[in-house]
Design a protein around this ligand. Structure first.
Ligand SMILES: *Cc1c(COP(=O)(O)O)cnc(C)c1O
Length: 224
């Protein structure tokens, strides 16, 4: 695999998607999802200028946050309440999807004496097997998160489209972007993060307003 080539290809594709809709490429953050690669690959990405990484398991994310403290580490996978105590080093948690988890995160944050940045994960694919809050429940939930949990800082929304032809994901992403706008009016004006788009569909997500794409396999493809 040629990391440097893959990375510049992804960056070019993000820039082209931005150009198609008149956006500044700097408004889209690239999160390298390193769940399936080794520490050596993380080190190489750091050398190539990547500074934000996503992991879907608490254990591995925590280990790497200790190993590479110069980078930001995001938790993008679903989070069990009994693992919250290990989440102190994550700079953003993308998978807040229930009240119990908000309660646990908030009480840990009180102990850590620092607020925790979170995104609400929304089930935009409407697949029962997928995590995330149903779209209809997000507004009420966001109100409670901002009103009842002093140590949680709601930064925006995260969603995953079904794995299909990229063009077919557009409605899902548009729905999430619209929901974010609605929340800005009704709940909290300063929601800045819209985490949507993966290797299969990030260009469509960027066209629909994503500010953070979570990319794994597109960076790591090719001969090993
Ligand atoms: C694995 C993963 C990604 C990256 O997926 P790729 O298709 O490899 O780009 C993004 N988001 C979440 C939540 C993931 O679990």
């Amino acid at each position: 695999m040629d990391l440097s080539f893959n990375l510049s290809t992804v960056r070019t594709r993000i820039a082209q998607a931005c150009a198609r809709v008149g956006r500044d490429p700097k408004s889209v953050k690239l999160l390298a999802v390193t769940k399936a690669v080794s520490d050596d690959v993380v080190a190489e990405l750091l050398r190539l200028g990547i500074s934000s990484f996503g992991e879907n398991r608490v254990q591995q994310g925590r280990k790497r946050a200790e190993l590479f403290p110069q980078a930001d580490w995001h938790l993008i996978g679903s989070l069990q309440t009994n693992k919250v105590k290990h989440c102190q080093d994550f700079s953003l948690i993308h998978s807040l999807d229930r009240l119990k988890l908000a309660e646990e995160l908030n009480s840990r944050a009180v102990k850590w004496q620092k607020s925790v940045d979170v995104l609400i994960q929304v089930n935009i694919s409407r697949e029962a097997s997928k995590h995330g809050l149903p779209v209809e429940k997000v507004c009420e939930f966001a109100k409670r998160v901002t009103q009842e949990f002093e140590y949680l800082n709601l930064c925006g929304l995260m969603g995953m489209a079904p794995f299909t032809e990229p063009e077919k994901t557009r409605n899902c992403f548009r729905e999430l972007a619209d929901l974010q706008q609605e929340l800005k009016v009704k709940v909290k004006p300063d929601l800045e993060v819209l985490s949507m788009g993966m290797s299969n569909d990030f260009e469509v997500a960027v066209e629909e307003g994503s500010t953070l794409v979570r990319i794994g396999s597109a960076l790591f493809k090719g001969e090993v």
